[in-house]
Design a protein around this ligand. Structure first.
Ligand SMILES: [Zn+2]
Length: 368
């Protein structure tokens, strides 16, 4: 009887699709690694545009085990900017647009990389724009004004973050009071990579990768493989350490493409980000205790998709991508959660809940 059962199981396994077997959710309940992936400006319409562009082939977002809606408004505006949104997700504090890591009352709440470092965890920030930009800064710096790149890069000198990757070399080399933060970090033992290829070949931590003087080129020019490759290498390096980790990985220039109302560049950025999310979900499959949270800081462009023909009872007449603004919109965004602890992310949430839940699941358990 046992032998018959075994044969049946083996037969069933032979017919099971390989992808399904690789994507089995895990059962372990303790979160030891968190990968927060932010698609800057990635509203539901941007994800929908990628679905249409892909011919409705399965996307990384379709693998999400739990989904939530996130309210993005800031302390002083129903339409947030990336600085206030990064502060909300990075520190759990809704603040005024333009502020990085500083509350409306002027206090400086600790951010997730500071808390993770203090708890003995490894940390990483990987972006496709530059590291002095608002989103990564919300996880590393405290400044009243988001465009103070010298203050922000000076904060990286002392942050102790194990992996930093993106553009912004000029900002690091001309920091506060004439400081060169690249040289300071090298003196502290950081390996320095000047290209994504050098970054992906680097074998030791801590690691600083600065691949452009300011912004990295957009995905239509830099290629659509950078973020997935940088994500894979970052997760590989972090997982070699005994301690768990917190990593923030940003598809930064979805936002910039949508500010420009440029659908082709937006889709190139979305394809790059989609591959990176697949990479993170695959890592969670093979590393129990890994939680992946994918979310946007806000929607950009007020993008919608309408039928080309007003008579939508007629046959398909093509889709027209229409933008209603060259700025951000106040529409709530979608959060996609995967892996251990993903069940904590569902329903309707505040953007500050992302900080609170990650802190509870990843960091507070270490002090119990
Ligand atoms: Zn923006």
């Amino acid at each position: 009887m046992k032998r018959i059962l075994l044969h049946l199981l083996l037969a069933a396994a032979a017919f099971a699709p390989a992808a399904a077997a690789a994507h089995e959710p895990q059962t372990e309940t303790e979160v030891r690694n968190v990968i927060l992936m932010i698609g800057d400006g990635m509203g539901l319409a941007q994800t929908g545009a990628l679905m249409i562009d892909s011919g409705y082939a399965p996307l990384s977002f379709d693998r999400a085990q739990h989904i939530a809606l996130v309210k993005t408004y800031s302390a002083n505006n129903r339409v947030t900017d990336s600085a206030a949104a990064a502060t909300a997700m990075g520190t759990g504090c809704k603040t005024e647009n333009g502020r990085i890591g500083i509350a409306p009352d002027g206090s400086r709440p600790a951010n997730l990389t500071e808390l993770a470092e203090a708890a003995g965890l490894s940390t990483a920030l990987v972006v496709t724009s530059h590291l002095a930009d608002a989103t990564p800064s919300g996880f590393a710096a405290h400044t009243l004004e988001r465009y103070t790149s010298d203050e922000i890069t000076a904060a990286y000198a002392d942050a102790g973050i194990d992996i930093l990757a993106g553009g912004g070399r000029a900002y690091f080399e001309a920091s506060l009071d004439g400081r060169n933060i690249v040289e300071e970090l090298r003196a502290k033992g950081y390996r320095f990579a000047e290209t994504p290829e050098e970054f992906c070949a680097a074998d030791e931590l801590p690691l600083l990768g600065l691949f452009a003087p300011e912004y990295m080129p957009t995905a239509d020019k830099r290629g659509e493989e950078y973020l997935a490759a940088a994500t894979a290498h970052t997760l590989d390096l972090l997982s070699r350490r005994e301690a768990g980790f917190f990593a923030m990985i940003e598809g930064s220039q979805i936002d910039i493409a949508c500010h420009n109302n440029d659908t082709e560049v937006m889709l190139a950025e979305m394809r790059d980000f989609n591959r990176a999310v697949h990479t993170a979900f695959d890592f969670a499959d093979t590393h129990p205790g890994t939680l992946v949270v994918v979310v946007a800081d806000h929607e950009t462009g007020g993008l919608t998709m309408v039928s080309n023909d007003r008579d939508f009872t007629a046959t398909e007449s093509g889709i027209d991508f229409r933008y209603s603004t060259t700025s951000h919109s106040g529409i709530p965004v979608v959060l996609y959660a995967y892996g251990t602890g993903s069940e904590h992310f569902r329903g309707t949430m505040q953007n500050t809940d992302i900080f609170r839940k990650i802190k509870e699941l990843l960091i507070d358990r270490l002090s119990l």
